[in-house]
Every structure is written in C-alpha cells, then in structure tokens.
Design a protein around this ligand. Structure first.
Ligand SMILES: NC(=O)c1ccc[n+]([C@@H]2O[C@H](COP(=O)([O-])OP(=O)(O)OC[C@H]3O[C@@H](n4cnc5c(N)ncnc54)[C@H](OP(=O)(O)O)[C@@H]3O)[C@@H](O)[C@H]2O)c1
Length: 243
C-alpha cells in the first residue's frame, strides 16, 4: 500500500471544511494532519453537523507557521485568511487547492507567483456539473451572437460575496463565446447554490440551470483534485485537468 498523502484543511470549522474533513476520513489515500480555523471551532456554520466538535488535529490560524509537515492543503476559508495559507504552501513546497471566493486581483496574482514553485488549483466551483455547464455556456454564447445573456445565482443568506465566484466564472465563459453577461444575485434560506444562465432574443429563451443540493459534491471534487495534484510540476491547474 502507498503512504497516504498528508492533508491540511484550512477553514476546517466552516461548512465546507467540515464536509471535506468528513469525506477525507472515508478515504485511505489521504490522512488529515491539521485542521486550521481562526477560532477554536464553534460557530462557523451552526448547522448541527459537528460544528462545535474540535478535532484533535485543530491548529489555530494564528499558529499556522507551526503546522506539521503536509503534502497538500485544501482551503475553503475567507479572503482574509487566504494569503497566509498560500504563502505557507509555497514555502513548504506543498500543493495548494482552494475554493475560497471573493478574492481580489492581488490575491489572484499571488497564486500565479506561487505557481512558479508549487502546483496550484483554484476553482470557483468543484462540481463536475458546473465544469460541464461552463463549456455549454461558452458554446451557446458563440452560437447566439446578439442574444441577451443574464446570469442569476442564488445562495444561502450567510454567503458574503456577490455575484458568486461561480457566476463570475460562468460569465467569463460567456465572454469567451462573445456574450456580454449581466448578473443578478439572490440570498435566501439555506440554498446551497443555484446558477441559471439565460440567453434571450425576440420571441425565445434558453435557460441553462445547475442546482447543487449538497455541499458534499464540492468537498468530494476538492479531495479528488488534491489527491491528483500532489507530485505534479509547479503551475496553475484547472479542475478539468484533474477530473
Ligand atoms: N469552490 C467551491 O466549490 C465552493 C463551494 C462552497 C463554498 N465555497 C467558498 O468557500 C469559502 C468557505 O465557505 P463556507 O461556506 O465553508 O464558509 P464558512 O462556513 O463561513 O467557513 C469559513 C471558514 O474559514 C475560517 N476562516 C475565516 N477567516 C479565517 C482566517 N483569517 N484564517 C483562517 N481561517 C479563517 C473560518 O474559521 P472561524 O469560524 O474560526 O472564523 C471557517 O472555518 C467561501 O469563500 C465560499 O464562497 C466554494
């Protein structure tokens, strides 16, 4: 049997971090060595699926420099925590997987710089369905010049950034196809994530819709990508390169 890869989860007490930890425990190719969060667990999501249980691997974000050796980090935190974990991965030579959204341009540039030293994967959405939707949107936009393109996204009320990172990525796909997308965001209830890309012209409309019913799809995609990213050459990777 091969030695399991050592995994650090950054944002471990959050909704996504907890899903990643739970699903990582079901795999024998990864072993969790550090669970980083700002506060000692407790209140990140409050959805009753283990939010208040502090794992033995807990490491406060303020002590990130003391992290044990790890091969790959999965980061689902917030923009204010992002720089520190990216810098740690670059300095330790560890692979970096992140789904944190709401990053600013300087944080995106920092990923490009880090990619000279380590393999880096950032994805606004780790579901296979969205990877496919991205391709469909680009094709539809290219085939429908002059049509209106609108992207409507819906998420739970605790989501901070708007439009969502996924909506912006879908918009980039539409722009590659020649469309000029507009965005609308709704925050309601506990919606995990819903994205509609609508193309409209006089007398007709096409709607492409993706609905995420469960955060596990994102967590599973991130774990899958993490296991496949370790050992690769430094550089920026896309989810579809690893699926
Ligand atoms: N790419 C995708 O597929 C995908 C899917 C879902 C969500 N997301 C994104 O993933 C991120 C997390 O989402 P979530 O719903 O899990 O959020 P969440 O429940 O609010 O959890 C955020 C986590 O980040 C930690 N954190 C906050 N500030 C930090 C800092 N300065 N240093 C270290 N850790 C810090 C929090 O710890 P404390 O509680 O101690 O502050 C908590 O563990 C968001 O950006 C969200 O948009 C991406």
């Amino acid at each position: 049997m091969t030695t399991p890869l050592r995994l650090l989860i950054h944002g471990a007490s959050g909704r996504m971090g907890r899903a990643v930890a739970r699903l990582a425990a079901e795999r024998d190719d990864l072993v969790l060595v550090a669970s980083v969060a700002r506060s000692p667990f407790g209140d990140a999501g409050g959805e009753g699926d283990g939010a208040s249980v502090r794992p033995p691997t807990f490491l406060p974000a303020a002590s990130l420099a003391d992290a044990p050796k790890f091969d790959v980090a999965i980061d689902f935190s917030l923009p204010e925590g992002f720089d520190a974990i990216l810098a740690l991965c670059a300095s330790r030579g560890a692979a970096f997987v992140s789904g944190t959204t709401g990053l600013d341009p300087s944080q995106r540039d920092a990923m490009d710089r880090a990619a000279a030293r380590i393999p880096v994967l950032w994805a606004s959405n780790f579901s296979l369905g969205i990877a496919i939707l991205d391709e469909l949107v680009e094709r539809a936009a290219a085939a429908l010049p002059g049509w209106d393109c609108d992207i409507v996204e819906q998420h739970h009320t605790r989501k901070r950034d708007a439009p969502s990172g996924t909506a912006l990525s879908l918009g980039a796909a539409a722009e590659r196809g020649g469309a000029q997308p507009r965005y609308a965001s709704l925050r309601a209830g506990d919606i995990v994530g819903e994205h509609t890309v609508q193309f409209a012209a006089a007398g007709e409309r096409i709607e492409l819709i993706h609905r995420a019913a469960d955060r596990d799809i994102f967590a599973r995609g991130a774990l899958h990508a993490a296991a496949r990213l370790v050992g690769r050459a430094p550089g920026r990777y896309r989810l579809r390169d690893l699926l």
